[in-house]
Design a protein around this ligand. Structure first.
Ligand code: AMP
Ligand code: MG
Length: 516
């Protein structure tokens, strides 16, 4: 196994001089060196062929003993120095102080095909940032992270990736719902991959330590490697950097809205500086269209991170990033203007995205979109089924669509909304007729915007239940299904269906906690 190493983060940024692996406050450092904990009896469950190729490895490498050792944390790749990153953050709106990689250990960076990739193990044991926790991850959450990161990529949503899913052979003590009923679970490790894992919180930690020198080093590093087109660091460059992060964050959230993804824990330490979806914990997929829904039971009271609130939380988080960058800029006005633009741009971008889902060339009226969303909500329409079926809508005969509405709804009283739907469909038909688009072109746009398959919560749970018994065939099946989420795949049509009744209230399907 030959990797084209090119470490930058641990070479260009300040290391914690203390190399003891003991929980502590780490001042004035971007990271602490730490080695993964050796797993008891590691075995590979799955490797992503696409990611393997992206980092310059092949199938043979993936089957080697060395691959298993490196990506389970049993051994350290030659000439590399693993480390955990220091970061802070706001959790659920409150300042939480130092957090850091409590159970992620960065292995190394590689260059392949002119792309820089950082690789890190999630669940490879304690670090100086583990606070009171064990640094481990369990099989169920690792399967969820592994499948979802690759699925999101193939859906066209900016995201961190996953290279491998490994069983450690160790058992992990977990209280799934924090209800005083802990149990042993199988331990696992996902090797996550991204150009960088830097989060808003990496900037926040230097701001709160009033460490201007390191704040500047980190910002310059980020710009040099990931925003090189912005040029040499200066106050103007930092402002432009903030503008781009703001735009990327908004783009990412609009994608989440398009596919029905709820992150679940949008704390500032879970916000990537590259605008990537990061940290798949108690995330979920919207089934019946409910903007108030969050899968995260830890957030059940406040529902801060509910589907319909993600764009607002995005700007709140960006404001925290703006505060962290302020000492480098010392001028609040341009930062405020950028945040105001985010807010101004949100609705038009949301409407444009929804118009794409509807097959429109011109952006629709915001009123029309909001009216549809209310109707989807009230008639408990499955987001994925509704929009995918919509490409079958015939504007010359709007009423015909009723049966597909019935097939896409969880409501037992759908009839009550028939009149409202009739009005909507007639208006919809009118717009389509006025636009007079080539049918094939319209359908193709819709089918590239509205996925046929997403990783419904119950699908991941079925894969987890089987994997717990040692059967990984469903992990493989779902992984392959989600490589082509926009394609018709007749042999797997069973996944294009309403959520089964049993899944509505099952733990893991609609209820998840941060206890991963
Ligand atoms: P999260 O919001 O779940 O991504 O995690 C918040 C913080 O808790 C991060 O600093 C994580 O590294 C840390 N953390 C979460 N789970 C564990 C664990 N099992 N062991 C150590 N640290 C953890
Ligand atoms: Mg996190």
């Amino acid at each position: 196994m030959k990797l084209n190493l090119n470490d930058t983060f641990n070479k260009e940024l300040p290391a914690d001089p203390n190399t003891e692996n003991r929980v502590r406050q780490v001042p004035n450092a971007a990271f602490s060196y730490v080695s993964p904990t050796k797993p008891k009896n590691p075995s590979i469950i799955h490797v992503s062929p696409q990611m393997l190729e992206a980092i310059g490895l092949n199938e043979k490498d993936a089957k080697s003993e060395e691959f298993l050792k490196i990506f389970s944390g049993a051994e350290i790749y030659p000439d590399t120095k693993p480390f955990a990153m220091a970061y802070a953050g706001h959790q659920f709106g409150n300042w939480a102080g130092q957090l850091g990689d409590g159970r992620a250990i960065n292995l190394f960076e590689v260059d392949h095909n002119a792309q820089q990739w950082a690789l890190q193990l999630k669940g490879a044991g304690r670090t100086p940032y583990s606070r009171g926790a064990d640094g481990l991850a369990v099989l169920r959450s690792s399967i969820r992270e592994y499948l979802c990161s690759e699925a999101m990529f193939h859906l066209g949503v900016p995201t961190t990736r996953a290279l491998s899913l490994v069983l450690t052979g160790d058992d992990v003590w977990r209280d799934i719902l924090y209800n005083g009923k802990p149990d042993w679970e199988k331990g696992a490790i996902v090797c996550r991959v991204a150009p960088s894992f830097i989060r808003f919180g990496n900037f926040q930690i230097f701001m709160v330590q009033q460490d201007l020198e390191n704040l500047k080093k980190l910002t310059d590093y980020t710009i040099r490697h990931f925003f090189p087109h912005l040029g040499e660091p200066s106050k103007e460059t930092y402002i432009e950097f903030f503008r781009e992060v703001t735009e990327k964050t908004l783009e990412m959230i609009i994608h989440w809205e398009r596919v029905g993804f709820v992150h679940g824990v949008m704390n500032t330490d879970n916000m990537s500086i590259l605008g990537l979806t990061i940290d798949y914990g108690p995330y979920g997929w919207l089934e019946d269209y409910d903007p108030n829904w969050t899968p995260n039971t830890t957030d059940a009271g406040q529902k801060r991170y509910r589907f319909g609130n993600q764009a607002s939380v995005g700007v709140w988080n960006l404001m925290q990033l703006g505060n962290a960058l302020y000492p480098l800029i010392e001028d609040a006005e341009p930062l405020e203007e950028i945040l105001e633009n985010y807010q101004k741009n949100y609705l038009p971008k949301h409407v444009r995205m929804m118009s794409d889902k509807l097959g429109f060339k011109q952006a629709a009226d915001a009123e029309f979109i909001l009216g549809l969303e209310t109707l989807l909500y009230r008639s408990e329409m499955d987001l994925t089924l509704f929009f995918r079926n919509l490409s079958k809508f015939n504007e010359d005969n709007p009423d015909e669509f009723w049966t597909l509405l019935e097939d896409s709804s969880y409501s037992e009283t759908l009839e009550n909304f028939k009149e409202k739907w009739t009005d909507f469909l007639e208006n919809y038909a009118e717009i389509l007729i006025a636009e007079n688009r080539e049918k094939a072109e319209k359908i193709s746009q819709m089918n590239l915007t509205n996925p046929k398959y997403v990783l419904r919560n119950y699908m991941a749970q079925l894969a987890i239940d089987a994997a717990d018994e040692g059967d990984y065939s469903l992990v493989e099946e779902l992984f392959n299904l989600l490589l082509k989420p926009y394609d018709e795949q007749p042999e797997t049509e069973k996944w294009f269906a309403l959520r089964p009744d049993w899944a509505k209230t099952k733990v893991g399907c609609s209820m998840l906690s941060c206890s991963s």
